[in-house]
Design a protein around this ligand. Structure first.
Ligand SMILES: *Cc1c(COP(=O)(O)O)cnc(C)c1O
Length: 511
């Protein structure tokens, strides 16, 4: 190597001329538009085995030489459009996963092209301002104080975990960040047994441990039963613990139940605890509280406005492409107090009167992508009115599904709320003795397996009071009433097929 010689011109294989980018990009967009056009008439899922999927990929070790971008993108588009599960399909009702809004998809391309690092305002000037406005608009959508703090994170889990760390820092009266959890009394958190497993991870990761979670019972509709909570907190405090966090859920994963949030807010205030609401799924539905149809959402959702922090998920009911979660804290300074460290190599302090946030100080991430852009554009594309309409339509379709289930003589309706409905196949035949409950669980488990494998529609399951139920969640602006009707017919058909095959074995009168 000769250091004195000027290096010759580079031939970076990853470089692409603007004209190539244009041509290849247009080609990809054309393929994706075709995919979107055909999506509703194709299957919901490809349903390949793990072995078949691995066999689709190039054999052998990492390629030594590169390949042409155009061919690679055509190949990848083919793989993905044929072998995925399509949550944008109008008959996808599984879990709580939305199909992406097209403008959000395009926003991802725009964000990636600029590649702003939204860790600091210096590295991402306009992007930081957009994220700040996005957070404020999301708060306004739910009628949460617009001067709150917050940031975009990867999803509901991270949003809840970030809020948990903010609460822990704010309510520990010793220097917990330096001295750790063992330097003070045992911190205790209270939440219902229907709480999502983010709480286990938060308690675990934070060093508090899952033993510090005081699980509160729920009634059969999945809502927290607050009887005796205040007394239990007082007793724990007597016992030397430090109750610091009360968690309510706005839309449980299983049945969309909303905890009695106004009452939880009152208890937290009386007990000087931090009140956090996990609204990953249902928090945004608070925007429907003051619409004309007052039966759309439970009035308890209003209690979310009193929370010290809220987690919500734009990649659920704001229909953003993955990933987009959002955490809001009532006092903007609480996130910085919980997360800020200033390394010597960052000189990002701004002496402007109202500097833009340096988001690396507000959460666990350092370099950060521009998740806010897609959410910001979607909020502008739909507006508050557009979002209200889409969410209300999702809820009305869930109630329509419930009415179709009620009208069926082989389906039984379970608890549901917001845009979730639960139901199961309960035929007139089958054992009537003590084995019936088990038989119905096995029947519905098999039914769900076949339904998911069939690819005509996709629902997931919920275990309610120990029984297996089918669960449909509608966070999908592409779904119409005909898709709901088709789902009901499909469940009835598969149920009949299973019982017909099974009948001779299981029904004593048929022997
Ligand atoms: C989905 C969900 C979560 C987790 O959110 P992710 O985006 O999957 O990380 C947490 N809580 C509730 C109530 C949820 O519905």
């Amino acid at each position: 190597m000769n250091d004195d010689q000027t290096p010759g011109p580079r031939q970076a294989v990853l470089a692409m001329s603007p004209d190539q980018f244009r041509a290849i990009g247009h080609g990809l967009v054309d393929r994706l538009a075709d995919f979107l056009a055909e999506l509703p008439i194709g299957p919901v899922t490809g349903n390949d085995t793990a072995a078949a999927l691995r066999a689709l990929l190039p054999a052998g070790e990492i390629p030594e030489q590169g390949e042409l971008a155009e061919e690679l993108l055509a190949d990848a588009a083919m793989l993905l459009t044929r072998h995925s599960l399509f949550n944008a399909h109008p008959r996808f009702f599984g879990y709580i996963t939305a199909g992406p809004a097209p403008i959000g998809v395009l926003a991802e391309l725009l964000a990636a092209t600029i590649n702003a690092n939204v860790g600091s305002a210096t590295l991402a000037p306009i992007a930081s301002a957009i994220e700040e406005q996005t957070v404020r608009w999301i708060a306004e959508l739910m009628d949460y104080p617009a001067d709150c703090g917050g940031l975009l994170v990867s999803g509901g889990n991270m949003a809840n975990i970030v809020a948990f760390f903010a609460a822990r820092r704010a309510r520990a009266d010793w220097d917990l960040r330096q001295h750790g959890v063992s330097a003070g009394p045992q911190l205790l958190v209270y939440a219902s047994t229907e709480t999502h497993t983010w709480l286990h991870k938060a308690a675990d990761l934070s060093g508090i441990g899952t033993d510090a979670i005081r699980w509160l019972p729920t009634s059969s509709d999945g809502r927290m039963d607050t009887t005796g909570v205040a007394a239990r907190i007082a007793a724990d405090r007597e016992g030397g613990g430090q109750p610091f966090l009360l968690v309510g859920t706005a839309g449980t994963v299983a049945t969309g139940a909303v905890d009695p949030l106004p009452e939880l807010a009152r208890i937290a205030r009386d007990q000087r605890m931090w009140f956090h609401v996990d609204g990953a799924y249902g928090g945004i539905a608070a925007s429907l509280l003051d619409t004309e149809d007052t039966s759309l959402v439970p009035p308890d959702l209003a209690g979310l406005r009193q929370a010290d922090s809220i987690a919500l998920d734009p990649h659920k009911w704001l229909y953003a492409p993955l990933e987009a979660g959002c955490v809001l804290v009532r006092r903007a300074g609480d996130l910085r107090d919980a997360f800020s460290y200033k390394p010597s190599y960052y000189r990002f302090d701004d002496d402007a009167e109202q500097p833009l946030p340096n988001y690396y100080e507000y959460g666990p991430q350092n370099s950060r992508g521009f998740r806010a852009l897609k959410v910001w554009l979607q909020l502008r594309h739909a507006g508050r009115a557009g979002y209200r309409r889409m969410m209300a339509d999702d809820i009305r379709l869930a109630r329509w599904l419930e009415s179709r289930v009620r009208a069926s003589d082989v389906l039984k309706l379970g608890p549901g709320g917001l845009s979730i409905a639960t139901f199961r196949y309960v035929p007139q035949v089958g054992p009537l003795d003590g084995t019936r409950a088990e038989w119905l669980d096995a029947l519905n488990t098999e039914l769900l397996d076949r339904l998911q494998r069939g690819g005509e529609a996709f629902v997931s399951n919920a275990v309610i009071d120990g029984c297996f139920w089918l669960r449909a969640c509608i966070v999908n602006f592409r779904t119409e009433a005909v898709d709901i009707d088709a789902l009901v017919r499909l469940v009835e058909r598969i149920g009949a097929e299973i019982t017909a095959a099974d009948f001779a074995l299981t029904d004593p009168s048929a022997r």
